[in-house]
Structure formats: C-alpha cells, structure tokens
Design a protein around this ligand. Structure first.
Ligand code: TRP
Ligand code: SF4
Length: 326
C-alpha cells in the first residue's frame, strides 16, 4: 500500500510563481508515489478572515484552478474543500478535550501572527485552535507525511505531540505524521523582496503574456549596476534568479558571463527573461482559462473528492470513537 500524504492551502485566490516553484511542484512530484489528499483549508482561512468572508468561495475556486492547471491531477489525487468534510471538526473537538491550552499558546506562529496581523482581533478561540484543526486535518486521513514549508514544521511537531497524548490515553490509532520539508529558496518578487501578495510584487500564474512582459520590464535588477557599462552581479540580481528557474540551462553560463563583463544590458536581459517566462506560463494560462470556462465541472470534481475523503474520514472517526468509548 502506498504511504499517505496530506497537505492543505488556505484559499488565497490566484497563486503566484512562488507557489508554483514551492508547494505545487512538490505536490506534483509526490502524486505518483503516494496517495495524496490535497485540500483547500477554508476553515483555516476563517481563523483570520471571519469578519469578511465574502472572498472565500471565489478564492477557493481560483486556487483549485491553479492547482489543476499546474498539473495536480484530479485522477491521481483526492482534491477537496475542508468544510465539505465536517468530520475534521469532530476530530478537532475530541482532540481539544486532551490538548493543554499552553501547548497551543507556545506554538511560535501564534504570537508571531497575532503581532503581524495586529489590525485584526485574533484574541479568539478559533485562532488559538489553528494548529489543532490542522492536526485533525492530518490525523483524520492517517497521513504518514505532510509536505509543508519550514514555517509550518512546528504545526506538524505539535500534531505529533497530540497524537502521542491520544495514544497514551486511548491506545494507538494514528501513524505519527512526519514533515516532508518543501525546499525552496525564497523566490524574490518584482522588487527583490520575498514574493508575497501583501507586498504587491507578484507574478501570478494567471497573468497574461503582456502583463508578464510589463512586470518583468519593471523588475528590480542588481542595484550596484547603475550605468550600462558597469559590470553586473547576477548572483544577487532577481532577474538572474528567474533566469535560473525558467531559462534553458545551457544558456545560463553565457548570460552570467555577459552580465559580469557588461556585454549585455539589463533591458535585453529582461526581454529574454520575459520571453522564456511567457513560454513557461502560457500553457498554464490557457489551461486555466479553459477550466474557468466550466466552473460547474470543477465543483463536481471537488464534490467527488470530498465524497472519497469523507468516507476515509468516517472510517477513522469510528476507530476514534471506539478508542474513546463513546
Ligand atoms: N496551515 C497551512 C498553511 O498555512 C495550511 C494547512 C491547513 C495545512 N491544514 C493543513 C497544511 C494540513 C498541511 C496539512 O500553509
Ligand atoms: Fe541582472 Fe540581467 Fe542586468 Fe545582469 S544583465 S544585472 S542579470 S538584469
């Protein structure tokens, strides 16, 4: 039997290049060797967005479309929306009975996020519960591995502790889930800072060719290269970073050399990058448009995914209730 993978993403809407070269490529790599459950964590979105829920449904659809267009295969994986499987909430509740509040308070993201999002009132039970809901997401499918970025690793460590406590009291039910670290160098955004929606410096997978070209034209380059005749430093230039991702490998040494010897100017270098990036993203763009033309089909696929996920979740819940004698 194949080992199980569970991972989720909050519905942030359209995804950007950072997602493609981070989570999505990783998910795609895993889909042939593992039984994968990939879901939209819409309840997790509520922990911070409860005051304005108007975008969650549309963002869910937009995000799933990006998953599929990026090659996350509906046939190979179980793809669904968290809230369509209410058993996650039941397991969350039962685990809450034995989870010390202090364990939740000391998860590093709790304090960090509360401070980072200080404009929102996050003094809620729901927000404190975030890692425990995530624990339920993972344990309910008896996941062996959870592919996440380093920032999420403490949440999986937390899930393991909760599983151990459950086992100590009621006996073994769950495998202890292990982190599969998604290795990604932080993708620079258009301004050289980390690519992030909140910095407004993203290239979206949904961007049409002309938008990509314009964004690349405006991109920050090596700040020490002021005149065309100055030698450049490709290794610290965001434009070169992208070349490494999307340009043919054999082309890179030449470009590197032409930059450090000032043979090529940044305008030309960017024009070439834009061409390569458009080439890479055009199939995604087309697939995405095709998918969005038939939203009903996506909804049906998600319903089908939820049906299977739910049947598996119900099996686990029967074992949990039996272990707890309720
Ligand atoms: N907290 C995760 C994030 O922000 C999303 C998530 C929710 C998740 N439930 C999960 C990831 C279960 C892995 C497994 O990225
Ligand atoms: Fe960056 Fe290219 Fe300019 Fe070199 S030539 S500094 S790699 S944009």
């Amino acid at each position: 039997m194949r080992k199980r993978i569970v991972s989720g993403m909050r519905p942030s809407g359209k995804l950007h290049l950072g997602h493609l070269y981070g989570a999505l490529q990783n998910w795609k790599r895993l889909q042939d060797d593992y039984e994968c459950f990939y879901f939209v964590a819409d309840w997790h979105a509520l922990t911070t967005e409860y005051a304005d829920t108007s975008n969650i449904k549309e963002n869910t659809l937009e995000m799933v479309v990006d998953w599929i267009a990026a090659g996350i295969d509906l046939e190979k994986n179980t793809i669904f929306v968290q809230s369509s499987v209410p058993e996650h909430a039941e397991l969350n509740l039962l685990l809450a009975m034995m989870t010390p509040i202090s364990w939740l308070e000391r998860v590093p993201s709790y304090k960090e996020q509360r401070e980072a999002l200080s404009s929102k009132d996050l003094s809620t039970l729901g927000f404190l519960n975030y890692p425990l809901l995530q624990t339920a997401d993972v344990l309910i499918y008896k996941a062996n591995f959870v592919p996440v970025g380093i920032d999420q690793a403490p949440h999986i460590e937390f899930a393991r502790e909760v599983a151990r406590k459950f086992h100590f009291i009621y006996g073994n039910v769950f495998p202890e889930p292990q982190v599969l670290l998604t290795e990604t160098a932080k993708l620079p955004g258009l301004d050289g800072r980390k690519m992030s929606k909140s910095y407004n410096n993203c290239i979206y997978l949904a961007d049409p060719p002309e938008v990509i070209t314009e964004k690349v034209r405006r991109m920050f380059t090596d700040p020490t290269r002021i005149r065309r005749t100055d030698p450049g430093h490709p290794d610290t230039c965001p434009v070169y970073f992208y070349h490494k991702l999307v340009s043919p490998r054999e082309f890179l040494p030449q470009l590197h050399n032409e930059c450090v010897t000032a043979k090529i100017g940044c305008t030309d270098c960017k024009r070439i990058l834009a061409e390569h990036l458009v080439q890479v993203l055009t199939p995604h763009y087309r697939k995405r448009r095709e998918l969005l033309a038939n939203r009903e089909k996506i909804r049906e696929a998600l319903a089908l995914g939820a049906e299977y996920a739910r049947s598996e979740a119900k099996k686990t819940m029967r074992q949990v209730r039996k272990a707890m004698k309720i």
